[in-house]
Design a protein around this ligand. Structure first.
Ligand code: ZN
Length: 482
């Protein structure tokens, strides 16, 4: 049995909710601990640095000097005029990455009347990004990028909102065009790749509905254009999974893409899949979190409804997750046990991937029901450790390896002089217990220090705004609108 799953996308949401026609509130500019143009030199003193450069690497009593957004040194005395941050008894790690997210972005509450129709629904970028920053996530890969995603990325890059660096993958799918751009012939596939490159996206995401020849043409064209391909394994490759693994296919976006090709979820299958990835140099983002949530929501919505992170989710999504949850709607005893067995198999697959030496990338599928941006990355790290990674390996999957896969390892992903100052200061050692990566004392983003108190204020503001807007987004009301 193959169960098709579609991740939430802005277009899908807006279609689901009909004419919502309401703009998200305008957030106030968040308070900063270091205002732009303020102290440009900061120092984190007397801290234990986990640079994530190599297994076992650490530096005690380090003085991390940051100037103009970059790490200048780890062992020089603090300049006199620097903003001083006490790192005594604390641990410093690189900013974290979530390599599989979806982000709300401006759009229309219905299909466009003509191809270039402008958005009428707007979402406040800061409100979408605050949960990421508050959880130390300073890099994401948007797996469903559309034109407004480029504006969203630029808004952050310009400094108008505090948010993670965003890499953009644009989707190509086959079939009737329910999702992404459509290609049902190899020549259309190649043209879609050239369009994606010309429009300024970073990566090509292949999706489940592609036919085999079109899929192969897309991966080939992307390689010719110097772009990596990532994503789902097309359903048309059922029974011939090995054909998916061609040069240029850089990342499988879910463990689920493999489990669709297993009859009995054995370890032997997991090992076979891992070897296919290894032989082709393909990395894997297992996204254990989303499957765990799907299993939970198929059983009951109790866990999701009582999740403390839910308050930080935009009320339009909250309404969808709680009042129009399709996993709950389609629930059956068979489906519950199927998803439970997937959760078990994915753990097996992570073990097999580790055994085969396939690099794994922490990713969560944030914005799918239950999966809250930022908070979910810590769930993923815990699940990876539960599946057999050491805490250090799990942290590597969210720091150095994502930077390498994205090709930005010269700029970020580790703590070294010359690297961008995207840092997370922790109150406890994440190598002894991965949940300590949530004990965040402050986050440095491009060299700007955001203390715990400021992070808490930002979260409290966001929660209050979401609560104020909740009524306006109740699913029943939205459905009844003309
Ligand atoms: Zn996804």
């Amino acid at each position: 049995m193959v169960y098709k799953r579609y991740s939430a996308a802005a277009a899908f949401l807006t279609l689901l909710f009909g004419a919502a026609g309401c703009a998200a509130s305008l957030a106030e500019a968040p308070a900063q601990s270091t205002p732009p143009g303020g102290a440009s030199i900061s120092v984190i003193e007397n801290v234990t640095v986990l640079p994530m450069t190599a297994p076992g690497a650490f530096l005690e009593n380090a003085t991390v000097v940051i100037e103009s957004g970059r790490i200048v040194s780890l062992d020089q005395p603090a300049p006199a005029d620097a903003l001083r941050i006490d790192g005594t008894g604390k641990w410093l790690i690189p900013g974290l990455a979530d390599m599989h997210v979806h982000l709300l972005s401006d759009g229309l509450p219905r299909p466009p009347a003509y191809p270039t129709e402008a958005p009428t629904m707007f979402f406040d970028t800061q409100d979408i990004m605050t949960p990421y920053i508050a959880n130390g996530v300073t890099q994401v890969l948007n797996m469903d990028a559309i034109a407004p995603s480029i504006g969203q990325r630029n808004e952050i890059a310009r400094g108008d909102a505090l948010g993670p660096h965003i890499a953009l993958a644009a989707v190509i799918n086959g079939g009737d065009g329910a999702r992404g751009r459509v290609a049902n012939t190899p020549s259309d596939g190649r043209q879609a790749v050239r369009d994606i490159k010309a429009e300024g996206y970073d990566f090509v995401k292949v999706y489940s509905g592609l036919d085999v020849e079109t899929y192969l043409a897309i991966v080939d064209e992307a390689s010719l254009q110097g772009m990596k391909t990532l994503g789902h394994i097309p359903d048309a490759l059922q029974g011939q999974l090995d054909r998916a693994f061609v040069p240029g296919f850089g990342m499988v976006a879910h463990a689920e893409e493999f489990s669709k090709h297993s009859e009995d979820f054995t370890y032997a299958d997991a090992a076979r899949f891992a070897q296919l990835a290894k032989d082709n140099g393909t990395w894997v983002s297992p996204t254990l979190t989303v499957m765990r949530w799907i299993a939970s929501e198929t059983r009951s919505l109790d866990e999701m409804k009582s999740s403390p992170a839910l308050q930080y989710v935009h009320p339009m999504l909250q309404a969808k997750w709680v009042q129009a949850n399709r996993y709950q709607k389609n629930s059956s005893p068979e489906l519950i046990s199927y998803f439970d067995s997937m959760v078990v198999f994915h753990r097996r697959l992570v073990k097999a991937l580790k055994g085969a030496g396939v690099p794994m990338l922490a990713g969560t599928d944030a914005m799918t029901s239950g999966v809250v941006g930022g908070f979910s990355l810590h769930e993923e790290l815990a699940l990876l450790v539960d599946a057999g990674l050491t805490p250090e390996e799990a942290l590597t999957s969210a720091t150095r390896l994502p930077a390498e896969w994205l090709g930005v390892q010269g700029d970020r992903g580790t703590i070294e002089p010359g690297k961008r100052a995207d840092l997370v200061l922790l109150d406890a050692n994440p190598l002894t217990d991965i949940s300590n990566a949530q004990e965040i004392a402050g986050v440095m983003l491009n060299g700007r220090w955001i203390s715990r108190a400021v992070l808490d204020d930002m979260l409290a503001d966001l929660s209050a705004r979401n609560t104020d807007m909740r009524e306006q987004f109740e699913a029943d009301k939205l459905m009844k609108r003309p």
